[in-house]
Design a protein around this ligand. Structure first.
Ligand code: SF4
Length: 319
């Protein structure tokens, strides 16, 4: 990445709640300020249910924000009507977790990859469309002979390659990768991660990479944003966060990464107790205090601000 960082997408005070009754809501995303820089891979990490997928979808307007705003470059996209948003929509694509579920089993590869090109009337005729689909198959390493095959005739890794081809068909600037390798065998994960890296360089993409797996994130990300219960705990350059995590929850996640070397396993571990609190009724003060081994009275009553500490931003009274 160049030293001159330009913001591609950012949000301010973003909130997404899902009503579950007349009086109660799931607080999936709570008052988040975040910026994604052009050309970077920003990883969103945290346990299942922390709001990372909802945040990704709300940023690209697949969910309407409950409140707060989102800007693409200098344009406020969160206030737009669907027709007004359409030209921006094509700049933002998604790669989904489950390549089995995200591809229509009744469509062949040509039609799956061609779908966004047809929707946005990108090609002049059928020949040009097929030529473009074949180029995309080359780019993701799916043999041209498979043009008229159906999803059930492919392995999980090949299906994810087809999903990647569809996501880049319109030359988007931002791709949300939502757990793109977690449904794949470990042996296939690194192949798909390498492909994502190559495609990012070749197409000049910016990634928001959503994952619960910190070993995967370490391989691909420039920056890491750790979330807990709809809030950001810590955000900064990957090298800083992996070398010296400051938030107790980040430390816990780092300690949970399996270590292959038995000599390194005796390190002190931060142990977490209890279940993740309900996002319908999140705890007051620091949302992590019911599980944090260092919680004090202040943590139970006063919410920590996300502030600059040692080159990253952290939300912890003790940092
Ligand atoms: Fe733990 Fe308190 Fe820091 Fe929250 S603010 S992470 S409860 S020490």
């Amino acid at each position: 990445m160049s030293e001159e960082k330009k913001v591609l997408l950012h949000c301010e005070h973003l909130v997404k709640e899902f009503p579950v009754s007349r009086t109660k809501s799931v607080h999936a995303v709570s008052d988040i300020d975040l910026e994604i820089y052009e050309g970077e891979c920003l990883a969103l990490v945290g346990e299942s249910g922390c709001g990372k997928s909802t945040l990704g979808r709300t940023l690209i307007q697949l969910h309407k924000p409950t409140s707060g705003d989102v800007w693409y470059k200098d344009v406020k996209i969160s206030a737009m009507k669907p027709a007004e948003f359409a030209p921006y929509r094509r700049q933002m694509q998604m790669i989904f977790q489950d390549p089995y579920a995200s591809l229509d089993p009744r469509m062949n590869v040509r039609d799956i990859i061609a779908e966004p090109l047809v929707t946005y009337k990108v090609c002049e005729n059928k020949e040009a469309l097929t030529k473009r689909v074949l180029e995309l198959m080359d780019a993701v390493g799916v043999p041209r002979d498979f043009l008229y095959r159906y999803p059930h005739q492919f392995s999980g890794g090949q299906r994810q390659r087809i999903g990647i081809a569809r996501a880049i068909a319109l030359h988007p600037s931002l791709v949300i990768c939502d757990e793109p390798v977690s449904a794949l065998d470990v042996s296939v994960q690194s192949q798909v991660l390498n492909l994502l890296k190559d495609i990012q360089a070749q197409y000049g993409l910016t990634y928001l990479f959503i994952s619960h797996d910190l070993s995967v994130v370490r391989f691909i990300s420039n920056r890491v944003c750790v979330m807990f219960l709809g809030k950001i705990c810590e955000i900064g350059d990957s090298s800083l966060i992996y070398e010296k995590p400051l938030h107790p929850y980040t430390k816990f996640l780092m300690n949970a990464i399996p270590i292959a070397d038995p000599h390194l396993r005796g390190e002190e571990k931060t142990l977490l107790e209890g279940e993740i609190p309900s996002p319908i009724n999140p705890p007051k003060g620091c949302r992590f205090h019911t599980r944090c081994p260092y919680a004090t009275e202040k943590c139970r009553t006063e919410e920590p601000a996300l502030r600059e500490v040692e080159g990253r931003r952290v939300a912890c009274h003790l940092a």
